[in-house]
Design a protein. Structure first.
Ligand code: T3D
Length: 266
């Protein structure tokens, strides 16, 4: 079952990365963590890769840590802090820092760290059959992989507390209504919708989009004055990119822009 825990497909300008342990609803083992991080590093190093689509094989997206894995290896008292340091935290940091948009296509249940890894992606599309479960409280744990940081910011304090303490599944449509995700879509159009979005990103001004990611992430900590300074710095760099000039020329010439995605010289 674990021979290829991660599948990678290269498409024109983007990659599809599939969590591939469907019999366990794509729960994480160490091998899957290592393969996923390798796939993300590989995508980052490829200048042709301008977006990434993350999804799950089978009927689930991802159910977080594989709860059988350590028991079956006889690990009675694992250090979960060490596990977060080694695997989950670097994964969330990497997803946030990738210099192109990451789209999560949540095809089914997303539970525990699986839910929060989806939420760490830039855009979350979810099939109507999907749900998001902060399953941690059911087994005496704390929402991790950024859950306690993202939930209150996305849905507000009251709903964050309810989701974390009650650990009830939140259906995709309600997740959209609450602002937890971008959109709930029909089950059978999820992948074509996510593909279309990545194809759009694959011809977008990628460097500019990476600056947007940086600005929005920094805004979580900055006051307005610091954010204005950051916007100035990022805008200076974006304005020096060839894609900015191409965008302006295309607008004036009433044609479609042809973006390189690159930062440009200097
Ligand atoms: O440990 C650390 O390193 C620290 C980090 C922790 C991060 C975490 O993610 S902790 C939270 C771990 N995840 C969970 O607690 C969720 C466990 N899963 C569930 O509660 C349920 O599977 C769901 C509510 C998500 C879905 O329920 P349902 O009824 O749709 O499916 P199911 O029958 O429970 O699951 C189908 C199979 O997948 C089943 O196996 P079986 O009986 O057919 O052989 C089930 O055991 C397996 N499975 C699902 N999730 C996991 C899993 N096996 C191992 N680990 C899982 N997380």
């Amino acid at each position: 079952m674990d021979e290829t825990p991660i599948l990678v497909e290269k498409r024109a300008g983007y990659r599809v990365v599939t969590l591939n342990r469907p019999q366990r609803l794509n729960a994480f083992t160490e091998a899957m963590h290592r393969a996923l991080m390798a796939a993300l590093n590989d995508a980052e190093a490829d200048p042709e890769c301008r977006a990434l689509l993350l999804t799950g094989a089978g009927r689930g997206f991802c159910t977080g840590q594989d709860l059988n894995d350590r028991l079956s290896r006889g690990e009675a008292k694992p250090d979960l802090g060490a596990s977060l340091d080694a695997f989950y935290n670097p994964l969330v940091r990497k997803l946030r820092a990738l210099p192109f948009p990451v789209v999560a296509a949540v095809n089914g249940v997303a539970a525990g760290a699986g839910a929060n890894i989806a939420l760490a992606c830039d855009i979350v599309l979810a099939a109507r059959r999907a749900s998001f479960v902060q399953a941690f409280a059911r087994i005496g744990l704390v929402p991790d992989s950024g859950g306690t940081w993202m939930l209150p910011r996305l849905v507000g304090a009251a709903r964050a507390r309810g989701l974390a303490l009650l650990a009830e599944p939140l259906p995709a449509e309600k997740a959209e209504q609450w602002g937890l995700i971008w959109k709930a879509v029909d089950d059978d159009t999820l992948m074509s919708d996510a593909d279309a979005m990545c194809a759009q990103f694959a011809v977008a001004p990628t460097f500019g989009l990476s600056q947007i990611k940086r600005a929005l992430d920094a805004s979580e900590e900055n006051d307005l004055s610091a954010q204005l300074d950051l916007e100035r710095d990022l805008q200076r760099e974006a304005g020096a990119s060839p894609d900015y000039m191409e965008g302006v020329r295309a607008f004036v010439e009433k044609r479609k822009p042809l973006f390189t995605g690159r930062k440009g010289e200097g």
